[in-house]
Design a protein around this ligand. Structure first.
Ligand code: ACO
Length: 441
């Protein structure tokens, strides 16, 4: 990484990149970000050379300029709107961080209370939506339900379809942030055969979610303030991560001017995969498997190094972090704290720590710069809070919602946004002709 003084965002660097091909040469502008990141702007490449760039999996491609989150994977830095994740984790709440991401600044007292009130007012689901839950089998994965329900919101709030109407979008944003937790809690209640618990207006965002998840009409439910705090922390840590797979999906879908509910429903699907948000569920299964095996984590470290085993250490490695994921550091400390509070500490935490140590001292992981990511310890905390394993990725989705919204909003409000439409290099058959069925070999 080039060391540079921070400077104004998007100021064109003095330097230009030069691309030569055969006898042609092309000067390409260099775009510089606030923290000195440089990108070669190839926007005119095809128009001027007839060629496109090829970058499978976007390993080298910045798909957009964005002012939301700064991430330096080499130095393990993560900041939302310029504020270090460590400060937000220690001092803020999820609702405040949601505001920060979506609206670009920390809210004043008045702004925060207006936003919180909007979240409170929009927390219930339309009664007809409750019936949707009856159509799902008891075995339905809650991520499938979550995505379908979020998409369904666009049929109950057709105002959301007018993506250029900023006033309507304000209500859509509040509805989405607020109803995510209600949808999630209802799908849990459905899966265990308990009655839905309605949101309560006198509770904070996280307390309300815990109450909808764990209270029953038959007896009072005591909310533990420390647990509420831990949940705030986990949601803050998951709230945004710049152009990750699900956020890029939200942007991709939103670039066609699809409404916010539809765009986020697509993001939820992208998040579900085990290489992305689904990893937190996989980490737990892996730790359970290590416990059941009884032979200790080393065997699994060896297995992860054997390519044809098809096994990877889940919760390890990251496309961008080539250093310890700062979120994982914070979660590890929180996991320790939560465990100290529990009457019976979870043996999976010890297994996770031994596994981490074994991997971090192994040359395979050291050479490839593979460190624990955000998913490595989060599942252990969710488990301690009583959240079932198949809800882990749903928890991630609740946390990531403000980030998805912030990116969708940034893109939709940018007058230069065009529909995302990548090119390809075609490698199929050259021109060939239709053969009638009776003449085919
Ligand atoms: N266990 C074992 N080997 C690994 C792991 C792992 N968890 N992760 C990467 N590697 C190896 C790869 O086999 C590859 O080795 P090679 O160079 O010898 O072929 C090298 O490290 C680079 O890995 P890639 O898969 O090329 O890296 P990429 O950036 O494409 O993938 C990913 C990143 C998907 C996160 C990967 O590290 C992984 O599969 N991790 C496990 C799943 C996981 O925890 N996902 C959550 C990510 S965080 C999030 O989305 C919230």
């Amino acid at each position: 990484m080039l060391a540079r003084e921070p400077q104004e965002e998007n100021v064109a660097d003095q330097a230009k990149a030069e691309l030569k091909f055969n006898d042609k040469s092309l000067e390409l502008p260099v775009v510089v970000g606030t923290e000195g990141e440089r990108g070669i702007d190839i926007g005119k490449l095809r128009a001027q050379t007839g060629m496109v760039s090829l970058d499978p999996a976007y390993m080298n491609t910045a798909s957009t300029k964005s002012a939301i989150t700064f991430l330096d994977g080499e130095r393990g830095i993560l900041r939302y709107r310029g504020i270090p994740i460590e400060e937000l984790a220690e001092k803020s709440t999820f609702v405040e961080v949601a505001y920060l991401l979506i609206y670009g600044h920390l809210p004043s007292k008045q702004e925060l209370s207006k936003f919180s009130e909007a979240l409170t007012r929009h927390s219930m689901l339309h009664e007809d939506m409750k019936r949707f839950y009856d159509g799902y089998p008891g075995t339905a994965h809650p991520m499938a339900i979550l995505s379908a329900m979020v998409l369904s919101l666009s049929s109950f709030y057709p105002q959301a379809l007018d993506v250029k109407n900023h006033e309507e979008q304000e209500a859509t944003i509040a509805r989405l942030v607020s109803k995510m937790r209600t949808i999630a809690a209802f799908s849990y209640k459905k899966s265990i055969g308990q009655p839905f618990v309605y949101p309560r207006n006198n509770l904070s965002y996280c307390a309300n979610f815990l109450n909808m998840m764990f209270s029953v009409p038959a007896e009072p439910y005591d909310l533990d303030e420390e647990i509420v705090k831990v949940l705030n922390l986990l949601l803050i840590l998951h709230a945004d991560h710049e152009q990750n797979c699900s956020t890029s999906t939200v942007r991709q879908v939103g670039s066609s001017q699809a409404n916010l509910f539809a765009s986020v429903a697509a993001g939820i699907c992208a998040l579900w995969g085990p290489l992305h948000g689904g990893a937190n569920e996989e980490v737990l299964s892996m730790l359970e498997a290590i416990r059941a095996d009884g032979g200790g984590p080393k065997k699994f470290v060896e297995l992860a190094k054997t390519k044809d085993s098809g096994f990877r250490l889940m919760g390890f490695g990251h496309r961008v972090y080539k250093n310890y994921d700062p979120r994982a550091k914070i979660i590890k400390v929180a996991a320790d704290k939560v465990m100290k509070k529990m009457k019976q500490p979870d043996p999976l935490l010890d297994i996770a720590k031994t596994l981490e140590e074994a991997a971090l001292n192994d040359s395979y992981f050291v050479e490839r710069k593979l460190y624990p990511n955000v998913d490595f310890y989060s599942g252990i905390i969710y488990r301690a809070l009583g959240i079932p394993t198949n809800m882990f990725t749903v928890m991630f989705a609740i946390g990531r919602t403000p980030g998805w919204i912030a990116h969708w909003k940034e893109m939709t409000e940018d007058p230069t946004t065009k529909i995302f439409r990548p090119r390809q290099i075609y490698t199929g058959s050259a021109l060939t002709h239709y053969v009638p069925l009776d003449q085919r070999a």
